[in-house]
Design a protein around this ligand. Structure first.
Ligand code: IPM
Ligand code: MG
Length: 356
């Protein structure tokens, strides 16, 4: 029996996570995987219930599980809290840190059925298939932060730190992943300006010597932001630091039609975590409008990476592709002539297509 910590969180999190569980429950048993789910509170939901964004019980639950399935965190209700208590800062980031999840893997693939859903030109995005490897427990997200008085009012400081060790371990993962793909790594930094990026570039270059079969190129982050929408097919594996990865993956998600399609997995510790790359979408929360596919595809990644069940993962991916090929769409990927469905129905449709 494998224990999964289920953390739906806030906003659309509580709507999309049950869809992924529904799918997992149909697929996992076929491959002899028995899953047991234990729900935990996190984010705004935990603040409301227990006065704290990451309760100790939730952290324990995650540590005792084989994998974590997370929905989304945050919302306007908690935006006015003092910064250190905000759900993002007080729950998701410490959870990643406590679990040692230094590597966030975000595959960006354009499903052929969604070519028209992308706002970018068809000839440009067709064939997009890349994966962004984002460092997740270092950099400016986790450096020292403070404010102090300043003659003009205040001075605010966020420190960006990277060590050789932090860069090496994420770079190794990127090279390993690339060696199973098209063997190209684009390491993204801002080495023309930032010292941390210069260390990043030197370290990645040195490590590349151990991977002679991989083509390594370096790209400045501003250029990468442009290249992603100018010529996305040039990318295979993008390797980058925490904040650049946060920004570039939102941008890259549009290549797959919508951020509602972007799955993610985080590795590094004993327990891996699977979560859609999007947020809690308070504007559509509670209305059965959210796209559950990013979460469902994250659950597929769970089968593949945490349970070594690539076949199950592929079955889910095929079912998603079928539903899209048949023209079913949530609002974020809707196009004229397609069939608009809600969150729940999208989950049911994927379940129906499994094994077909
Ligand atoms: C993401 C999100 C988070 C991040 C937020 C919610 C803290 O944007 O996973 O990309 O910045 O890492
Ligand atoms: Mg983000």
């Amino acid at each position: 029996m494998a224990r999964i910590a289920v953390l739906p969180g806030d906003g659309i999190g509580v709507e999309i996570v049950p869809q992924a569980i529904k799918v997992l429950n149909k697929v996992a048993p076929k491959y002899g995987i028995e899953l047991e789910y234990s729900e935990g509170l996190i984010g705004g939901a935990a603040i409301d219930a227990e006065g704290i964004a990451l309760p100790e019980t939730t952290l324990q639950l995650c540590k005792e599980s084989q994998a974590v399935l997370l929905g989304a965190i945050g919302g306007p209700k908690w935006d006015t809290l003092p910064a250190p208590q905000r759900p993002e800062v007080a729950s998701l980031l410490p959870l990643r840190k406590h679990l040692g999840l230094y590597a966030n893997v975000r595959p960006t693939v354009l499903n052929p059925a969604l070519i028209g859903a992308s706002p970018l030109k068809e000839e440009l995005v067709k064939g997009t298939d890349m994966v962004v490897i984002r460092e997740l427990t270092g950099g400016i997200y986790f450096g020292e932060k403070y404010r102090e008085p300043h003659p003009s009012g205040e001075k605010a400081v966020d420190i960006l730190v990277y060590t050789t060790e932090e860069i090496e371990r994420i770079a190794k993962l990127a090279f390993d992943i690339a060696s199973k793909r098209r063997k190209k790594v684009t390491s993204v930094d801002k080495a023309n300006v930032l010292e941390s990026s210069r260390l990043w570039r030197e370290t990645v270059t040195r490590l590349a010597q151990d991977y002679p079969e991989i083509t390594l190129e370096h790209m400045y982050v501003d250029n990468c932001a442009m290249q992603l929408i100018r010529n996305p097919l040039q990318f295979d594996v993008i390797l980058t630091e925490n904040m650049f990865g946060d920004i570039l993956t939102d941008e890259a998600s549009i290549l797959s039609g919508s951020i509602g399609m972007l799955a993610s997995a985080s590795f590094g510790g004993n327990v891996a975590m699977y979560e859609p790359a999007h947020g809690s979408a308070p504007d559509i929360a509670g209305q059965d409008k959210a796209n559950p596919l990013a979460t469902i595809l994250s659950a597929a990644m769970m089968l593949k990476y945490s349970f070594n069940c690539s076949e199950g993962a592929e079955e889910i991916e095929r079912a998603v592709a079928k539903v899209l090929a048949e023209g079913y769409r949530t609002g974020d990927i809707m196009e004229p002539g397609k069939k608009l469905v809600g969150t729940e129905e999208m989950g049911n449709l994927v379940c129906e297509k499994l094994g077909e």
